[in-house]
Design a binder for this molecule. Structure first.
Ligand code: ADP
Length: 255
């Protein structure tokens, strides 16, 4: 897989923005229904891993796709710069603790992949150390799958020019200025090394049981609808079922 073969501006043959919003509205309801059943079933879980460059819209996707879902059944975890406590452990320690419990949907806003992305690009550990992590990550995701978690991994693929536009918008709009940090420009300067790291990480860890999806993210409506389609199709294929009722409910009259 080469990222340069994927167009961040692709509309995936979706007819119009209106059509996308309409379908998204329908899918959000269906996702909420499936999640309610998964929650009641309490046997399996879904993990959605979201990775992207700054301003690709991870927060926007979470807002749009998990709107209307029972908050008890979904757990969103953001992975930021590790604290000193987290750094005192191995890199998967904080990730393990955030994995969804049975019945839950877990959403990772950034994830263990940062440990082969930013860590590699910024040379935070020696190459030998981060290279060994591909194997750990494959084993970790295999273990989660074997124990009842379905995993999907999503890369929101945005063009460099669209990031410029969105950063400029953040700088100019007082309601968005809080989102902008000068440090964001450092990562932008490292655009190519980051993309090389993403491409390697995706190629090294894409598996049938833990697939990567490359979602075009230059248009918000294409991005949100595509992620909703992925989440919906995955939940549907899991086919959650309500648990069997206790014996003796038939004809029971509550006094
Ligand atoms: P976001 O940018 O996703 O809205 P934050 O503002 O909290 O969230 O920024 C997260 C920052 O933490 C990013 O720059 C990311 O590269 C960094 N980060 C995440 N995980 C790690 C890690 N394991 N090691 C170093 N930096 C990390």
């Amino acid at each position: 897989m080469r990222l340069s073969d994927h167009d961040p501006g692709d509309t995936l043959k979706i007819k119009s923005k209106e059509a996308a919003l309409h379908e998204l509205g329908e899918l959000v309801l269906k996702i909420a229904e499936l999640q309610a059943t998964l929650f009641a079933e309490e046997r399996r879980s879904l993990l959605v891993v979201l990775q992207a460059m700054d301003a690709a819209g991870k927060d926007g996707v979470i807002n749009a796709v998990f709107d209307g879902i029972n908050p008890q059944g979904v757990r969103v975890t953001g992975f930021s710069i590790p604290t000193s406590h987290e750094l005192a452990h191995d890199y998967l320690w904080r990730v393990n603790a955030a994995c969804p419990a049975r019945g839950e949907i877990g959403v990772f806003n950034r994830s263990h992949y940062e440990d082969v992305l930013v860590v590699r690009v910024r040379e935070l550990v020696p190459a030998k150390q981060w290279k060994a992590r591909y194997g750990h990550i494959r084993d970790f995701e295999q273990r989660l799958t074997d124990e009842g978690t379905t995993i999907v991994k999503i890369f929101l693929h945005m063009s460099k020019d669209k990031q410029r536009e969105r950063f400029q918008d953040r700088v100019d709009d007082p309601a968005k200025q809080w989102k902008f940090r000068h440090a964001d420009l450092h990562d932008r300067k490292l655009w190519d090394p980051f993309h090389a790291a993403y491409q390697d990480a995706i190629n090294e860890t894409a598996a049938k049981h833990a697939p990567w999806y490359i979602v075009p993210a230059d248009r918000n409506w294409v991005r949100n609808l595509t992620v909703a389609r992925i989440v919906h199709a995955t939940l549907k294929s899991m086919d959650p079922q309500f648990p069997a009722p206790e014996d003796g409910l038939e004809g029971l009259i509550i006094e």
